[in-house]
Design a protein around this ligand. Structure first.
Ligand SMILES: [Zn+2]
Length: 193
């Protein structure tokens, strides 16, 4: 299929058959891409970062790691990782993140992007799983939570091979008020290959 353009600050959904690969391209570099996925046959089974970190034994997933569901099944395998630093702990941004932490109302958010992109599946916000934040460069020295600039270079990609039929969504994170995407937002493309 042709690549899908994700304008800065928005999200898109795709469906994948088991065995297909989703490529997420950091067109300009420096952009965080929040990713969630559901078992297409049962939307109650979804990506689970906290089950994934138990199974891979690290906070930062990379090539060869299988991302798990809330039923601990292998959902996707990372088969390409050009950047080498992604995050699994930070919640998707939502309207309250901008309002309570930055005093900004009406800001776009990954949570809203997912609900928009997945509109035809009629999900409620509480049904959104916690995302994997591809290209997000977090550091946790001595347990502190530090937001650093994305290490993604222009054209960097991650590829995810589906291990079950999936409904997946990607958000070009609208956060422009902290360093994660260098205080601005950038476009992404996604492609099923
Ligand atoms: Zn976000």
């Amino acid at each position: 299929m042709a690549p899908i353009h994700i304008p800065a600050g928005t999200g898109r959904a795709v469906t994948l058959r088991a065995g297909q690969t989703l490529r997420i391209v950091n067109v300009e570099g420096g952009q965080v891409a929040d990713f969630i996925a559901y078992n297409a046959a049962d939307m109650n089974e979804a990506l689970s970062t906290i089950h994934t970190l138990v199974s891979i034994g690290r906070l930062f997933p990379t090539t060869g790691d299988a991302l798990r569901t809330n039923r601990r099944r292998k959902m996707v395998e990372i088969t390409r990782d050009d950047t080498g630093r992604h995050d699994m702990l930070i919640a998707a941004c939502d309207p309250w993140r901008y309002e309570y932490d930055f005093g900004v109302t009406g800001h776009r958010s990954c949570s809203d992007n997912f609900l928009e992109a997945l509109r035809e599946w009629r999900l409620e916000r509480h049904q959104l799983p916690h995302p994997i934040n591809f290209f997000q460069n977090m550091r946790y020295p001595d347990g502190r939570v530090e937001f650093d600039r994305s290490l993604a270079k222009p054209g960097d990609a991650v590829e995810l091979r589906a291990l079950m039929d999936l409904v997946a969504a990607v958000s070009a994170c609208p956060m422009d008020l902290n360093p994660i995407s260098n205080f601005r937002t950038h476009d992404l493309t996604i492609e099923v290959v």
